[in-house]
Design a protein around this ligand. Structure first.
Ligand code: GLU
Length: 249
């Protein structure tokens, strides 16, 4: 289980995501990637096997990827070898969804078989790709992203921290977790997601730790949390007192 970072705000997302991923490098990983969304360019996915500096060089420190919203990932492969195709973010066949995942989807074979029987084509060997494809499958039927996320979470078994972008929603991304760490960061005109506070502490110390079954909808104007019953909830905010240098040790 490695790293996740997410950002939506008024600044270019890619350099912020790369910086956040760099803060998570100490956890170890085999590949890294980001997905950034903009109205003009749509969903842009950039990823690379190996060190983060390979990705960083590929996209000129993030400067070649435009957009104010995105998610990033460092992968520690559990299903499928460490290579370009298997690295995250994973996208759905019609290009509506891009997502990052930490954890393991235990029943992915069964879901993959179901989706293949419905004509969906897979390209990776990962457990994660089924989440992107299943989410698009429900979304194309309902055109309700949040409702579709709940349907997906009802169906998948295992551990997950998820950061989800939808091509039709250039202002919003969604997070969900079960048995994998994930926290939300509240900034001035911006919102953050991270698997570990060290990824975002340079930007905000005002955080909420997500609990199992919760879903968060992040926009630059704020973050709305929902419980497993799809009810909006308020949670206590924590102020992080410690310094990054202490945490990195
Ligand atoms: N199980 C997923 C994969 O193998 C996620 C691994 C991770 O947590 O980095 O791609």
């Amino acid at each position: 289980m490695c790293g996740i970072v997410g950002y939506v705000g008024a600044q270019e997302a890619a350099p912020i995501l790369l910086d956040g991923l760099r803060r998570l490098e100490y956890r170890g990983y085999d590949s890294a990637g980001i997905a950034v969304l903009s109205e003009s360019a749509g969903l842009q996915v950039k990823k690379a096997k190996g060190r983060l500096k390979v990705l960083n060089a590929m996209i000129d420190g993030g400067r070649s990827v435009d957009g104010f919203i995105g998610v990033g990932h460092t992968r520690w492969a559990t299903h499928g070898e460490p290579n370009y195709i298997n690295s995250h973010p994973h996208t759905s066949e019609q290009g509506k969804i891009a997502l990052v995942h930490n954890g393991i989807i235990e029943n992915y074979v069964e879901i993959k078989d179901f989706l293949i029987s419905r004509g969906v084509h897979f390209c990776s060997d990962t457990d994660t790709e089924v989440v992107a494809q299943l989410l698009e499958y429900y979304y194309l039927i309902s055109v309700d992203l949040l409702g579709s996320v709940y349907k997906v979470l009802d169906r998948i078994e295992g551990a997950y921290a998820l950061g989800i972008l939808c091509a039709d929603m250039p202002d919003t991304f969604i997070a969900a977790r079960k048995d994998a760490p994930l926290l939300l960061g509240f900034g001035e005109g911006c919102s953050f997601l991270a698997s570990d506070a060290t990824a975002i502490i340079r930007h905000t110390r005002d955080v909420v730790y997500m609990d199992d079954g919760e879903i968060a909808v992040l926009t630059r104007g704020g973050i709305q949390l929902y419980n497993a019953m799809q009810q909006p909830i308020e949670k206590e905010h924590h102020h992080i007192e410690w310094e990054v240098s202490a945490a990195e040790k």
